[in-house]
Design a protein around this ligand. Sequence first.
Ligand code: M6R
Length: 610
Amino acid sequence: MCGIIGYTGHRPAVPLVMEGLKRLEYRGYDSSGVCFVQNRELHVIRAEGKLKLLEDKLAGREVSLSTTAMGHTRWATHGAPTEDNAHPHLSCYGKLAIVHNGIIENYQERKNDLLSKGVRFSSETDTEVLVNCIEDELKPGLSLLEAFAGALQKAHGAYALALLSPDEPNVVYAARQSAPLLLGIGAGENFVASDIPAFLPFTRDVVFLEDGEIVRITPTSWEVFSIDTLQPLEKKPQRIEWDLQAAQKGGFKHFMLKEIFEQPRAIADCMSGRVNLERLEVSIPELDSADAPARLRVIACGTSYNAGLWAMPLMEQWAGIPTTVEIASEFRYRNALLSPGELALVISQSGETADTLAALRIARQQGCPVLGLCNVIGSSIAREADMVVFTQAGPEVSVASTKALSSQMVVLLLMALYWGRKKKTLDRETLRQALRGLAALPTQLESLMPSLNDEARRMAARFSSCRGMFFLGRGQSYPLALEGALKVKELSYIHAEGYAAGEMKHGPIALVDPEFPSFFIAPHDDLFAKSKSNLEEVAARSGPVIALTNPPKPGMELRGGESWILPDAWGPLSGFLMLPAIQLFSYEAATLLGKDVDQPRNLAKSVTVE
Ligand code: M6R
């Protein structure tokens, strides 16, 4: 959601900021803009739509002399995605320019106050209100830092901000509250940005800002202060070890395809250092200091929620931990009760999802310990949780989450084994099967990927013209069905329903007709016979069927529809083979329909507003 970059240094700032914005495109946006300081004046250029349109507007402008600038990609919240509403926003008297990710909740009240003072607005945004609040605070004798902090103390809501003034042409101010913002520390240049790739070609030294912090950078200095007290804060830069290559397409047509194909590696990386095959041991040192929880409350959104649902039976059967799984946006508003001994497990790839972060804070307020499962080091959830385990999937750029899910599934499975051993509820044979199977998965999946892709293309060609479809599964295949429907919806905009197969006849089956296919996830597990009956019920009503299943065995043949056969895998591990098939099907369907796979309409990579 909204991308920000601010730069001050020795290079031409506008081209650098444009490159940074391109590396933040994955966050999702519908308009963009830049502001640069030249001859002690602020220049703002903005455009609706993709960055190319902003580039076209910049072509022919003399921008090469400016060495301080900021840029923004906007995901509309207040007001339509028009040029007027695009950031940066100038204050009414032109003394300041601002870019913003987040929502100022009390903007209307502040706007009324400013209107009564004669301030005029040219957009519908809360951001333009905020920049005018800062200008309003700029009284004689006060520094810009003090005015900025003063305005922020009165603003309620979420923000990551960057601010420029022509009076301080080599300075960028920035601040953070409940939205991601980082400092990049270079030599003779400094950066602020929403995410590391924005400045990674120039520096690997990063300061992760906390909520309530305000920053002042010049080409040769950086300082962090508390917004409330303006006391200087001590911050330590951290070194980023991964490189930009890991966040680029590497020959694939889309980030999503690359990330689907990275799953064998992601699975291996998630196990690395955590599994000892010879000694049949699982080690998760992050959990060593606490007992296994008496109950587990998993809280997450979207794909991460599906990961929690998938893991629930493992937590219960292997570790004997009663587990409930909740959608974060529901949990946060229902005065949920957490019981003593309960552990809240918040799952989030980005670690920045606003609803999940709010749920984490509610759990902590109730005195419930919080364990975070995140992919992004330094993210808000990773920093605020009492304990954190990282998935080690590497950067996930495509809006559609893929390798994050398989890596979450690996870590959750390992946690269930770890707690099962700790509580002595797990037998050694199950542990052996799980660890051996898991260790073999990366190689098995690697060799399977090309044929999965071919079959996905064939299935997508046959079914992508449908008006809608079901994804159906039972047991651990039910969350995979939810995930299949989510992927098809978000990428190809085909209406898709994920359902528990056994629930079909309680209403949804009325939708079945020859134009409405059902995609069954039906591995040869304990529930196969039940899924088979559901499949036959659909086929009997002339509903087209695709069944993702295992090689036929006597008594287990499926009648009707298309079978998509995957190799047998032990117990829950079959999910790791079925998942890429579903992801590739949705990818191929969206590609065939000509959709923008990496940046689906209306979506953002990190959902930092509620
Ligand atoms: O970063 P998070 O895991 O917290 O994100 C949660 C959801 O926003 C995310 O999984 C979303 O559903 C994806 N677009 C799914 O592909």
